[in-house]
Design a protein around this ligand. Structure first.
Ligand code: FE
Length: 518
């Protein structure tokens, strides 16, 4: 039995307030750790630690003011003060990966915190804390994780990230739109709260500097240093509403778009604490994976962009999301896929083998159907999400039902608002069984949809809750008997010192799919 106190709370002494002072140090002279440190993909025996050297993080060539290869020393210690270093080694930071360093640490003890830091060019990085996962058979009593999505730099400050770090989570989950590729231009360009580093990112230099800009933020650096993360992407890590090899722009040929995707995926890898198994191969990057924390929680992290079918019923000049009526028969074609055949089979195999108490599916979008109006007021569905792939959604929910997956809970983002839904055996029949629970978190900063969408709820009886007026994240406290999801909101995204409060608390009891307000 591992009480959470031992698993996660040992690090309570790691003061976030105190830590923040050490992050976001401006570029000056030779200091190369301007983008902070991060850890990710925790396993029982280790995790990956990350940094990227950049003495001049927004250098116009995208190389952070670096050129020569640099030897980086890394250390992992069993104590916060780094006195008892139990692993150390070196890694070479090179120009072809923008001087990023990914070190996979193994051979550690399960279910406990470790501290890590880097040194290079005579300077030392801030110290980050990571935690190994408990062994898969450990009887874990509780854990806390937080999840976030949609952090448009231009729309506000990252107070939500700062407060996520202060939750002292065991795990952070990023569900996409970690960056935004597009830069506000035209008459609104001067109205943004924080300006992007340059125009819309379309090439490797552009994407590298976009990640670098976001990572200069002290609140985001503090968050990454506070806990290991799991991550998936949505569309804006590459281009709004892209699908697989297809740009939202009809005029862009797949071979052109794949070049852009390759650049975006390369920069993603360079800036995320991913294992070498995710190193990009051309325009491909393997992102999906299973992770687990003892016998308590499993996380299937999905990639909903790289393998999906082409958007259905494209408009003459636009292939991105739009509302289509039942006239669009392509939408319901059973051949359409959201995950791709291979990932879908992998997910279903995982469901069959799963033996954890809580089964989380971490992915980018709203899973539940949302019947809504098109611009002419006709009823239909949005093409860019799971609603553009209803047969794939049904296959997934059918497998969850037939394999009796234990406490399936979907977590998602993308829609810049809070949603709680019941994922039904048959959505057309509101009295059919609830197969899984769904929580969608609001955006960290990004502009919300109108709160008036709440008028759609009578048309969508499986949707239990909608709220778009607040920015924030979701904090989850998990025990063997219940899951508590706290909708944590910040006071004002325009205020870099915004405070946090709890808007709403939902509970899922083990064995009873469907969340209820507390
Ligand atoms: Fe978004």
């Amino acid at each position: 039995m591992i009480p959470r106190r031992e698993f996660g709370k040992l690090t309570a002494a790691f003061s976030v307030t105190c830590a923040i002072g050490r992050f976001g140090r401006a570029a000056s002279g030779n200091y190369p750790f301007t983008l902070g440190v991060a850890s990710g993909q925790p396993m029982p025996d280790g995790f990956v630690i990350w940094t990227r050297l950049a003495v001049n993080p927004l250098a116009v060539d995208g190389l952070g003011g670096m050129s020569e290869p640099v030897l980086v020393m890394w250390e992992v210690a069993s104590d916060e003060r780094m006195r008892n270093v139990i692993r150390r080694g070196t890694a070479e930071a090179q120009e072809d990966s923008a001087h990023s360093v990914h070190v996979e640490i193994g051979g550690l003890e399960p279910g406990r915190p470790y501290w890590y830091r880097f040194s290079a060019l005579g300077e030392q990085s801030p110290t980050g804390v990571a935690r190994t996962a408990p062994t898969s058979d450990a009887k874990l009593m509780s854990m806390r994780f937080v999840f976030a999505s949609c952090a448009n730099w231009q729309h506000g400050y990252y107070s939500a990230y700062r407060h996520m770090a202060a939750e002292n989570p065991d795990l952070i989950i990023f569900l996409g739109d970690y960056i935004y590729e597009s830069t506000v231009a035209g008459p609104n360009a001067d109205r943004v709260l924080r300006k992007h580093d340059g125009p819309t990112a379309v090439d490797l230099t552009g994407y590298r500097n976009r990640y670098a800009l976001y990572r200069t933020d002290p609140d985001l650096q503090a968050l990454h240093a506070a806990a290991p993360c799991l991550m998936t992407w949505s569309d804006h890590e590459v281009e709004n509403d892209y699908a697989n090899q297809w740009s939202q722009r009809v005029v862009t040929l797949p071979e052109q778009f794949l070049r852009r995707r390759a650049a975006a995926y390369q920069a993603y890898y360079e800036h995320m604490p991913l294992r070498a198994a995710s190193m990009p191969q051309g325009s491909a990057l393997r992102l999906y994976g299973h992770f687990r924390f003892g016998d308590l929680a499993g996380f299937s992290v999905l990639d909903g962009r790289q393998y999906r079918s082409k958007q259905p019923c494209e408009l003459p000049n636009y292939r991105g999301g739009h509302v289509v009526t039942d006239e669009c028969t392509d939408r319901v074609d059973p051949a359409r896929t959201y995950l791709g055949i291979e990932q879908e089979q992998w997910l279903f195999e995982g469901f069959k083998r799963s033996n954890v108490t809580w089964t989380f599916i971490a992915q980018e979008q709203l899973v539940a159907p949302l019947r809504q109006n098109d611009r002419a007021g006709r009823w239909g569905y949005w093409t860019d999400g799971w609603d553009g792939h209803p047969a794939a959604r049904q296959r997934m929910l059918d497998v969850i039902a037939t394999t009796r997956v234990s406490n399936p809970v979907f977590i998602g983002g993308d829609v810049h608002s809070y949603w709680v839904t019941d994922l039904k055996a048959e959505f057309a029949n509101p009295s059919s069984a609830t197969v899984a629970t769904e929580f969608v978190g609001t955006s960290i900063t990004s502009d919300p949809p109108p709160q008036e969408l709440i008028s759609l709820l009578p048309q969508n009886p499986h949707i239990r809750y909608f709220e778009s007026r607040y920015r924030g994240y979701v904090a989850v406290d998990l025990t063997r008997d219940r899951m508590e999801a706290l909708f944590r909101i910040i006071s004002d995204r325009r205020d870099p010192h915004a405070t946090v409060s709890t808007l709403k608390r939902f509970v899922v009891e083990s064995g009873k799919p469907g969340a209820v307000p507390d």
